[in-house]
Design a protein around this ligand. Structure first.
Ligand SMILES: *Cc1c(COP(=O)(O)O)cnc(C)c1O
Length: 341
């Protein structure tokens, strides 16, 4: 049985959050003498604390009600807020799988939350048998599931099993969902009260520099995250950049299709190379490859000013390659052709 109030930290349930000047009066017209701003200039006003324009646009594009949307200073802020709302420091636990995105663990450590890492199986899928004993642990508050997963690139199949058998919070990180043809879990937040879905403007939407992350969840969970966030957590510049990127559907589609086309080309070219031992199927904008010696090949590429992500410490002899432009990918392949083991 899922009971939200039992999961939330007591101090957060009882928290009376900061009421900003823009909370108390949010109209656009008027003489604003309430927030000690400088009356002159372009960026002189505090931004909308609840990003209403951006949420309204997102709501239409994503088919999720505005009350079910939270916008953060990147997904990394969303991850931090999940810990702060649900996990008592020094007491509660979180769980994720390995290999996966490193920030779930770092953020757990920052928040003094015990972090359990369960290995994915040989197909990089959830091992339900090894997960099951943890699902009844009352101190376990949050499970992070990244799908498509970073750095492996594949979609995880047993998310529904986790949602149904765990009465804590399940965060599904969809940073790479744009590159995959499956429907988003954001369409299931009404069916699963314990589900939080994360997306970001940093990957397919091309705004890594702007720091805009999204969470979709029940309106109760969204209210708790709003209570805990800093009042003006997304700058006016970043809200505007996200809104512009969201409205630019043609550019988004064109870039996404080009990246997907380049991913296929890159897979074909990589498969012809001797030093490449295995190419893992990807539903994202990167490819994980197993090579003869990841450390040596990584350094060889760096010496030719090509920077990839050496994942040798998490998946033996594996390198994660982001799909670049046609020209960048061609240069990568040409340099790799020169590599002699
Ligand atoms: C890149 C990435 C993010 C994005 O984080 P931002 O803080 O929004 O830039 C989130 N999750 C995963 C798994 C990622 O790879």
């Amino acid at each position: 049985m899922f009971e939200l109030e039992k999961l939330v930290r007591k101090n957060i349930l009882e928290l009376k959050s900061y009421s900003s000047a823009r909370d108390e009066f949010s109209g656009k017209e008027g003489i604003f003498l309430d927030a000690n701003e400088n009356p002159f200039g372009e960026l002189n006003r505090y931004p909308d604390p609840y990003q209403k324009e951006l949420k309204s646009a997102l709501s239409k594009v994503k088919g999720v009600s505005e009350q079910n949307i939270f916008i953060g200073n990147g997904s990394d802020e969303v991850i931090d807020l999940v810990y702060r709302v649900f996990c008592n420091p020094g007491i509660d636990k979180a769980l994720s799988f390995t290999p996966t995105y490193g920030m779930y663990e770092v953020s757990a450590n920052i928040n003094d939350v015990a972090y359990i890492k369960l290995p994915l199986n040989e197909y990089f899928q959830i091992d339900k048998e090894s997960l099951t004993p943890y699902l009844k642990d009352e101190k376990l508050k949050v499970i992070f599931v990244c799908s498509p997963n970073n750095p492996t690139g594949n979609v995880l199949s047993d998310i529904e099993f986790v949602l149904e058998n765990f009465s804590g919070i399940v965060v599904v990180d969809e940073a790479y969902a744009d590159f995959c043809s499956l429907p988003s879990w954001s369409q299931k937040i009404n069916q699963f009260p314990n589900l939080i879905v994360m997306q970001t403007f940093s990957k397919a939407r091309g705004l890594a520099g702007a720091r805009v992350g999204i969470a979709y969840a029940s309106s109760q969970i969204i209210s708790l995250m709003n209570k805990v966030k800093p009042p003006y957590n997304v700058s006016a510049l970043n809200q505007q950049a996200a809104l512009t990127a969201l409205m630019n559907t043609a550019i988004y589609e064109q870039q996404k299709n080009e990246i997907l086309k380049q991913r296929t080309l890159l897979e074909t070219e990589l498969s012809k190379l001797n030093c490449v031992k295995r190419i893992y199927a990807s539903d994202a904008n990167f490819i994980l490859i197993k090579v003869s010696d990841a450390n040596i090949i990584y350094e060889f590429l760096v010496s030719h000013k090509i920077i990839t992500r050496n994942r040798n410490t998490v998946v033996r002899n594996c390198i994660r390659i982001t799909v670049g432009t046609a020209e960048e990918n061609k240069q990568l392949i040409n340099i790799l052709k020169e590599f002699k083991a």
